[in-house]
Design a protein around this ligand. Sequence first.
Ligand code: FES
Length: 329
Amino acid sequence: MSPESLRSYRWFGAPVFRSLGHRARMAQQGYAREDYMGKPVIGLINTWSEINPCHTHFKERAEQIKRGILQAGGFPIELPAMSLGEPYVRPAAMLYRNLLAIETEELLRSHPIDGVVLMGGCDKTTPGLIMGAISMNIPAIYFPAGPSLRGDNKGKTLGSGTDLFASWYKYKAGEYNEKQLEEVENGISRSAGTCMTMGTAPTMMSMADAMGFCLPGASSIVAPDSRHAIMAERTGRRIVDMVWQDLKPSDFLSAASFDNATAPATALALGGSTNSVVHVIAMARRAGIPLTVERFDEIAQKVPHLANIRPAGKYLMEDFYYAGGLTAL
Ligand code: FES
């Protein structure tokens, strides 16, 4: 890939009047030609918002990703997208997964972007972002939000979802008073990052990882860990290389990516969310691969459940990370 063959060069370098206009507007933002011309322009599709608690660290992480992009000789541009914060979106975030896929694809298509960092994690954001990127088929890397820390209530570990339900029923049964309920409320989700039981978010982050959409093992790093910030910067550097290599989703996604070698087998070995079946089939079909529910069943006959993570097991994602995470699995 040469600087003149970059997609963004069609906007900035073509000998036409519109390019002059584009460059003038870059100058309006304080960028001279040498800042971006002939460099990989990297879009950061950021699903941060004040109504997505799982992505509260994405403002800071975006800056770390940009630092990596700049170090590698690229030019970062942050593009906000709908954040689909699972705890708030009614009637259900699932209603909008495909809207995020469309938004991702069209943000990339309509702008001078050579490669993209997909910043997601909360349930439907991962498949939405990846589906859009597969359809657009430019170099793309996924940046997983990472799981939040274990929940805590006076030394007792709390897991997303399951312990919230349990506490509510204890409250309704008169076993917990208002103060005890509030203690659970304040301790169950105590850091940035996704739910930390093996629900849809950790399952989908892990599947994206297994498909080769992020740096190996990135999906298991807990969100507030300094190693998550290091991973952000490395992600920024990697996408610049991927643009020069012209490494697109169609170059690394195959039937095997979605088959026993990677995604469904990973979900099964993790004891992952049943929702993942819906999302992985949707992602596979975006890539033109006819994955079916029956194939999951065939693979399930061979793949044992290995990870001892709630709700099917005992531990949480933070423990999984310290035990070696997805690469160990
Ligand atoms: Fe965001 Fe569970 S609510 S991952």
